[in-house]
Design a protein around this ligand. Sequence first.
Ligand SMILES: C[S@@+](CC[C@H](N)C(=O)[O-])C[C@H]1O[C@@H](n2cnc3c(N)ncnc32)[C@H](O)[C@@H]1O
Length: 237
Amino acid sequence: MTEYFDQYAHDYDRIQPVKIEMYRFYHELALDLVPYSSDQPFRFADLGSGTGNFLSMVLERFPASTAMALDLSQRMLSASESKLGVSSGRVQFIQHDLNESFPAELTDLDMVVAFSAIHHLPDERKQAICHEIYAALKPGGTLLLADAMYVPYSEDVWRSGREREESSRSRRFSEAGIRQHEFDEHEEAKSGLDEASPERDRISTLDQQLTNLREAGFSKIDHVWHFWMEHLVIARK
Ligand SMILES: C[S@@+](CC[C@H](N)C(=O)[O-])C[C@H]1O[C@@H](n2cnc3c(N)ncnc32)[C@H](O)[C@@H]1O
């Protein structure tokens, strides 16, 4: 049982898309940029698939696609399996800590997606996993990476942005009927995680992450979108 994400799994779909202001937007943007036509068969892996929000969007839009969903949290995997219903038959669910090397079956993939998962890994593992993703993709394969990464801001702009985010988030919670203490309880569990916990946030810079992708061998790397610290990057093998 993980300390944070297993506990958060039952509330995740109610809270996370409201907590992260552009959550729905970048999922829809990434879906529109999946480089296949709707009837094409392809196989993809979702790293840190959570409750399967993007997984379910891809499976629905691309009915010939099949997937592997990897997550550390068994409760997240179970939530995604229930959400998918009959489509879960097209998915192999694997409980896996991304700090460990990929399972052998992650090979010959057309696409890898990693949304808000890589930022949990220490810097050296962030580098190594880019090499593993590259190796797991077929030539021409695509990585869709959406994650929190730092970019430099002037101090006053950053402060204004944080203040705006806090008030905007309170308003969003109130409109969605989420009480502040429900959010605070999960945040407290997160901030109490041990220094060594695989679930901790370990956010690095956008520059470092782009360097990791280049060094892994990705040739075409497009930084498609960002909003404050949230970024969407598409890389091609
Ligand atoms: C913020 S959620 C993102 C979930 C989903 N990708 C989304 O966009 O909604 C992070 C997910 O990564 C998983 N995770 C965190 N650390 C992990 C690790 N070391 N190995 C595998 N999964 C991990 C968590 O269990 C959680 O489901």
